[in-house]
Write a protein that binds this ligand. Structure first.
Ligand code: ADP
Ligand code: MG
Length: 463
């Protein structure tokens, strides 16, 4: 459907849509620098400042950009992205400024081989992200069960566990695994009807069917699929009529030996606002949870993504990121994209310093708050003294030294004041804490082994 307006207005709307779809971080890193050049015949040309960016945008966003353009302007059928030096943002109607390297054009065919065209796609199903395939999923302890279950379901020719229920916190790979299952089945057996959609979309479709008094057709559509995947099912908590419909659809499919796969942010039994019979039914098959990431998994993911981007990221920076960005994988990806985009734009290699600079806001948000209790516990364990000795009056060096280390770490790692720290260590005076901090600093300067010990403790507490 054409919205008309000038080319600039169309472009503004395309950009607006893209931003909504990919999120602020990815948009800033990759799509904001795109500049509209012109439309020639059925082809729209856009420019980016570097070759790397062009490749990135092409592999990740070209199909969406084309689809959005066609939506705005039906004349547009193909998208060209060229590498060109950039003028100010509103310069795009002029010929690009003279550039020593001639622009290289890459044609994006209207139909890419990787992504099925809209006609082939189940119209009920939401589009699948081409990056979300098994090959791109890094397996580690926290997600190995979920991954193995997803693989099993994708490869199975008969239904083994029904439903497969995947759950875990945000950004840990639930949607990725579901898309991977769908891709796998669609590729292997294009005749099987696989439908993937968010619970939100399921509800929307249902409400629309109600409004158009078309619920029979709605039921038919869903009940004739081979594999139904509903993402983020917690969304229909408390929405009674949608739950009711989902429950019936679910039962009909399971009874007919069709595979159902559901994801949520909580286990079936913890889904509040969900009817008891639905909750229990959801737990009948295999329930697989994805745990929060570990340092090792994060490092593995960073390495894999860095390889995919074809960008050299120093080992030190990879470790730093794995250490600091512990919240979830989505944020980790956002951080990587940002530092790579930055390095590309300013034309300098990635270093620890540039990383800290580019990500300072993110790093601050991810700073973990360690409690003094935790510090005392860890330090006591490390030096093999009793936890009680952290606050006892004993002055023997064997307990006094670990206590000083704990005070030092409390000062370094928490926001607490000296008097507050003193109180936590058996009501000691703030001058005692100050003395401990100085003493530990002094010893670190004198004794390498001691310094390494303290450093090790600090790192352990920070992860
Ligand atoms: P969820 O649906 O659990 O909120 P997503 O599946 O959307 O999370 O994952 C968020 C992002 O992190 C996606 O870009 C996804 O590709 C990526 N991701 C998550 N887990 C992994 C993993 N184990 N290996 C590679 N990428 C991952
Ligand atoms: Mg998701």
């Amino acid at each position: 459907m054409s919205m008309g307006g000038s080319l600039d207005q169309q472009w503004a709307r395309v950009r607006g849509r893209l931003k909504d779809e990919v999120g602020e971080t990815a948009f800033r890193s990759w799509l904001m620098p795109l500049q509209l050049q012109d439309v020639r015949g059925s082809e729209v040309r856009m420019a980016v400042p570097t070759r790397f960016m062009r490749d990135w945008v092409l592999t990740h966003y070209a199909d969406r950009i084309r689809a959005l353009w066609t939506g705005e302007n039906p004349r547009v059928q193909t998208v060209d992205i060229i590498v060109a030096s950039m003028g100010p943002a509103n310069d795009h109607l002029e010929t690009p400024a003279a550039d020593p390297t001639p622009p290289e054009a890459v044609r994006v065919p209207q139909r890419s081989t990787a992504v099925p065209s809209p006609e082939d796609r189940e119209d009920l199903s939401a589009p699948l992200d081409p990056r979300f395939i098994f090959e791109n999923f890094v397996v580690g302890k926290p997600n190995e069960l979920a991954h193995a279950a997803a693989r099993r379901v994708a490869e199975a020719t008969t239904v083994t566990f029904n439903p497969l229920f995947l759950y875990g916190g945000v950004g840990l790979g639930k949607t990725h695994l579901m898309h991977a299952i769908a891709w796998h089945i669609r590729r292997r057996d294009p005749n099987r009807r696989v439908i993937y959609l968010s619970a939100e979309k399921f509800m929307y479709q249902f409400i629309r069917a109600l409004r158009f008094k078309d619920t029979m057709a709605f039921k038919e559509q869903f009940r004739s699929v081979d594999v139904l995947m509903i993402d983020d099912v917690q969304f229909i908590s408390g929405k009674d009529s949608t739950q009711e419909e989902f429950f019936h659809t679910f039962n009909a499919l399971v009874d007919n030996n069709r595979q159902v796969i559901v994801s949520a942010d909580k286990s079936p039994s913890d889904l509040e606002g969900m009817e008891e019979r639905l909750r229990s039914r959801l737990g009948w098959g295999l329930v697989a949870d994805i745990h929060p990431t570990t340092y090792e998994l994060r490092l593995g993911i960073i390495q894999a993504k860095a390889d995919q981007m074809g960008h050299l990221i120093p080992q030190k920076v990879q470790e730093f990121l794995a250490h600091k960005i512990a919240s979830n994988v989505r944020e980790l990806e956002g951080a990587l994209n940002r530092i790579v985009a930055h390095a590309e734009l300013v034309g300098r290699p990635i270093t620890l310093e540039s990383t800290q600079e580019v990500l300072h806001d993110l790093l601050r948000a991810n700073d973990r708050r360690v409690s003094i209790d935790e510090i005392q516990k860890r330090v006591a364990e490390h030096y093999n003294v009793r936890l009680a000795d952290m606050s006892s009056a004993r002055r023997a060096r064997a307990v006094a030294r670990p206590r000083q280390v704990a005070m030092y770490l409390a000062k370094q790692l928490t926001q607490r004041s000296l008097p507050e720290i003193g109180r936590k260590f058996g009501g000691r005076d703030h001058t005692t804490v100050m003395h401990a901090v100085r003493k530990v600093e002094e010893l670190c300067g004198l004794d390498r082994a001691f310094a390494e010990d303290v450093e090790l403790l600090r790192r352990m507490l920070e992860t």
